[in-house]
Design a protein around this ligand. Structure first.
Ligand SMILES: NC(=O)c1ccc[n+]([C@@H]2O[C@H](COP(=O)([O-])OP(=O)(O)OC[C@H]3O[C@@H](n4cnc5c(N)ncnc54)[C@H](O)[C@@H]3O)[C@@H](O)[C@H]2O)c1
Length: 295
């Protein structure tokens, strides 16, 4: 495997492109928005500079990583020579199904098609392609260059051979892949999202404040950040979308999203990316300040 196409150059796409390129793969990074591609290249450059400062890479590695990445706004051009596609476009079912239908006709017959989706069924994505046996989930964690886990999700029709290839490839990237089956939320979000939802319910019901809830989980459970801060980091809209998938997929009321989360998303208080969520964020400041609403 040499040519990797990464689709979507947002938070996850730029990290996935960075990781493959740093490991010597030729990366075609595709986004419908040219400005998103430019922002991604800037983010990758900044992150490589941070790695140089830390002493984990040198200037030559930065140069070769950047040289390994080409950007495209046309899917056909960016995906036609792919050995592997890793789709990391917006978490929207229609967008993903449409992309995978197009990839079916654009990519060579043996190209493996992977999705970084957090919650959409790999089996459903595979079913719209002409190669369901070669469709798989490759769920990287944010920030991709730093986080070790890749949750490798087998769709109903994914073969052992394709799974083995992706497990090995993930290991070659220096990651620790874990194989799981395709059920709502897979493993990571099936466990994480109910915890975040319960933290939001605890706030909603007045059990404790934002700081108190996050402090209990940080100091009591040795989590590096509390669930409310983590929700802001992930994006409250993303958390809500995943909880809705769990709720619908299992038909169990225990996954129903907390009304406070629904309200915050409706109001556009989406977390870090909106500058406000459970905390408020000032550009350039690392201080964690509880949002006025919860202060
Ligand atoms: N953010 C996280 O912490 C996280 C973690 C794991 C997995 N994921 C998953 O990764 C995927 C991407 O999430 P993100 O947070 O990077 O989103 P994002 O909003 O930061 O970026 C998505 C990008 O996809 C682009 N896009 C939309 N439609 C497209 C299309 N048809 N073709 C090409 N590009 C298109 C958008 O222009 C945007 O730049 C989602 O499936 C999400 O569930 C996110």
């Amino acid at each position: 495997m040499k040519n990797i196409t990464v689709i979507g150059s947002g938070t996850m796409g730029n990290g996935i492109a960075h990781t493959f390129a740093q490991n010597g793969y030729q990366v075609s990074l595709v986004d419908i928005k040219e400005d998103a591609l430019q922002r991604a290249l800037q983010t990758i450059t900044n992150n490589l500079d941070r790695q140089i400062k830390k002493g984990t890479i040198d200037d030559a590695a930065k140069a070769s990583t950047l040289a390994n990445i080409k950007t495209y706004t046309a899917l056909q051009e960016g995906a036609q020579h792919a050995d592997l596609v890793v789709e990391a476009a917006t978490e929207n079912r229609e967008i993903k199904l449409d992309l995978f239908k197009q990839l079916s006709s654009i990519c060579p017959a043996d190209t493996i098609l992977a999705s970084n989706t957090s919650s959409i069924s790999i089996t459903e994505i595979a079913a719209v392609t002409n190669r369901p046996d070669k469709v798989i989930g490759m769920h990287f964690m944010n920030p991709v260059p730093v986080m070790k886990l890749v949750e490798v999700i087998r769709g109903y029709a994914t073969t052992d051979e394709v799974t083995k290839t992706i497990m090995q490839l993930s290991a070659d990237l220096g990651k620790s892949p874990v194989e799981v089956n395709d059920y709502p939320g897979f493993v990571a979000n099936r466990i994480l999202m109910p915890m975040i939802n319960e933290a939001i319910y605890s706030l909603f019901e007045g059990v404790a404040g934002v700081n108190e809830i996050d402090t209990v989980m940080k100091l009591g459970m040795a989590h590096p950040m509390g669930p409310l801060q983590l929700a802001d980091f992930i994006g409250l809209d993303v958390c809500l979308a995943i909880l809705n998938v769990l709720h619908k997929g299992f038909g169990n009321p225990k996954y129903a999203p907390c009304p406070l989360l629904v309200n915050m998303v409706t109001a556009g208080h989406l977390g870090i990316k909106a500058g406000k969520g459970f905390y408020k964020y000032t550009p350039g400041s690392k201080e964690l300040v509880v949002a006025d609403k919860f202060a």
